[in-house]
Design a protein around this ligand. Structure first.
Ligand code: N01
Length: 497
């Protein structure tokens, strides 16, 4: 690795998923040569490297799921399967020639701001310490699997794994399998497992809304056009982008506008399920959009199959070989798949980043909830940039747009710092407060708050600190230039002495 002998770098980036990779590529384009990307996994890809469960695929259209600077003419389907996305990320990294600055199999143990030296001191799992003028966290909001806190789960003697840590050595053929959870991961796993398991129990706590998945294989002609006439692919992308931007953010604010989507979801139940009792069990009782809207053509037919039971009685405990529900029934199981989501508001990386006053991000956010300025910087944490920070998640479009907008902001910050020779930039407390007050005021009117559900979008205080409540182009426009007036800046130490 090019920088292995160095102890100081200009920018240290945590994570080699979509966020970390875009940061590295754009920094390199700007002539920055002294950056290092630290990745705990074996290769690039982040969540797309880790989530390899059967059926893993994107529920955002392929045309939106690529960097603007690296369109992919090779998508085979209108919604891409996980292996294609992972291959795309790998290819982009190789083509950009940045991988010599990536350090794999290495985790960040602690990143502590050193006020006197005006840099970050970063301890790595290898025992090394690297200092960095700027720290960029691209650690992701869906990277820490959350196991459910169910009595006795540790006593289960069969095979048990989280959806994001699929054990490919476990053969589910002819086994009694249980899947806990009915979120985006589960609804992709269930049809695959149903085909091979002897019996499948699906534990549903809250029914999701599931729309049809309008997926198809691209024709040869389309793929030729994508490759040789790039404007055709751009036209596809633009049409899909605006279709989503014009409709979905509006219906998060006006649930009445959501009736076509709701009707489609109910029709999907009627089409996929013949059993009236099962239809009733899977019919959600809250407003559509309150939780993530899912898409599948195969989930409901799988639930309707003879070898599947949808269990809606709450799980009371797990024994060595069974799941026991509140009605006292023991459901025997050989393999337990836990599709219960991720730590989204208590991010493990936040425990490890310690700012100006010796407080970690986690401590800073403990009482107030996650909050930052423009989802990217945080008061008390000079020269820290978070790509996919607080309130930058989306329910309706591609995270790649949000990532690119944040990386553009970071690039402009780096240029501004160089131009004016600022050693540090830190968002002013009042600017951050105004930003979040406005966000939360908008948020209160959205279906995420008014829709009558609980979801991972909300934190323990009931605040939505994960999602962006406006359009992605509004976000991009707000982050189009580094607004230094919202920041406290300092000159380098040598100039102050
Ligand atoms: O996790 P989730 P996920 N006992 O948190 C249930 C992205 N993603 O991995 O709804 C019983 O959505 C929980 O029940 P409830 C996407 O952003 C994208 O599926 O809380 N059940 C829920 O049903 C997504 O939103 C793609 O009542 C328990 C489920 O587990 C995010 O990842 C594909 C429980 C968790 O659902 C997370 O999705 C996959 C308990 N103790 C994922 N605890 C794409 O295609 C939780 N549950 C891009």
């Amino acid at each position: 690795m090019a920088t292995s002998s160095k102890t100081h770098v200009e920018q240290l980036v945590i994570g080699a998923g979509f966020a970390g990779l875009a940061t590295a590529i754009r920094l390199q384009e700007d002539g920055e040569r002294d950056f290092l990307v630290i990745e705990k996994g074996a290769e690039v890809g982040g969540t797309w490297r880790d989530n390899t469960y059967p059926g893993a695929a994107c529920d955002v259209p392929s045309q939106l799921y690529s960097y603007s600077f690296a369109p992919n003419p090779d998508w085979s389907m209108s919604f891409s399967p996980q292996p294609e996305i992972q291959a795309y990320i790998r290819r982009v990294a190789e083509d950009a020639g940045v991988l010599d600055r990536f350090r794999f199999h290495t985790a960040v143990e602690a990143a502590v701001w050193d006020e006197a030296a005006q840099h970050w001191r970063v301890d790595l799992s290898t025992g090394e310490t690297v200092t960095a003028s700027i720290l960029v966290s691209g650690a992701g909001g869906l990277s820490a699997p959350r196991l459910p806190d169910i009595d006795g789960i540790g006593d289960f003697r069969g095979e048990i794994f989280h959806s994001a840590q699929w054990n490919h050595d476990a053969d589910l053929t002819g086994k009694r399998v249980a899947v806990i959870g009915t979120g985006a991961s589960s609804i992709q796993i269930v049809p695959e497992v149903q085909r091979i398991a002897a019996h499948l129990d699906v534990y549903q706590r809250t029914a999701p809304y599931v729309l049809p998945r309008n997926d198809r294989t691209y024709t040869r002609l389309e793929r030729l056009a994508f490759r040789h006439l790039p404007f055709v692919q751009r036209a596809y992308r633009t049409a899909i982008y605006w279709g989503r931007e014009c409709y979905v953010p509006g219906f998060t604010l006006q649930p009445r506008l959501a009736w076509p989507a709701k009707r489609m979801a109910l029709a999907n139940i009627a089409k996929g399920i013949s059993d009236p009792d099962l239809r009733e069990k899977v019919t959600p009782t809250y407003e559509i959009g309150c939780k993530r809207i899912l898409i599948s053509n195969t989930y409901y037919p799988a639930l309707d199959a003879d070898n599947v039971d949808l269990v809606t009685d709450p799980i009371s405990r797990i024994t060595g070989d069974a799941v026991v529900t509140a009605d006292g029934v023991e459901h025997p199981v050989d393999v337990l798949v836990v599709a219960t989501g991720f730590f989204t508001t208590e991010l493990p990386i936040a425990e490890r980043i310690v700012g100006r006053e010796g407080r970690s991000l986690a401590e800073t956010w403990r009482d107030s909830g996650m909050a930052g300025y423009k989802g990217t910087t945080v008061h008390g944490f000079p020269n820290l940039f978070q790509v996919v920070g607080p309130n930058t998640g989306l329910g309706h479009s591609s995270m790649v747009f949000m990532i690119e907008a944040q990386v553009e902001y970071l690039r402009d910050a780096v240029r501004t710092m160089r131009r004016h020779e600022y050693a540090t930039v830190e968002p002013r407390r009042d600017a951050q407060q105004r930003w979040n007050d406005d966000l939360q005021r908008r948020m209160r009117r959205t279906v995420w708050h008014t829709g009558g559900c609980s979801s991972w979008y909300l934190d323990e205080h009931g605040r939505n600190t994960t999602l962006w409540p406006r359009t992605t182009f509004a976000f991009r426009s707000l982050l189009s230039a580094f607004d230094v007036a919202a920041y406290e800046v300092t000159a380098p130490v040598r100039e102050r002495e």
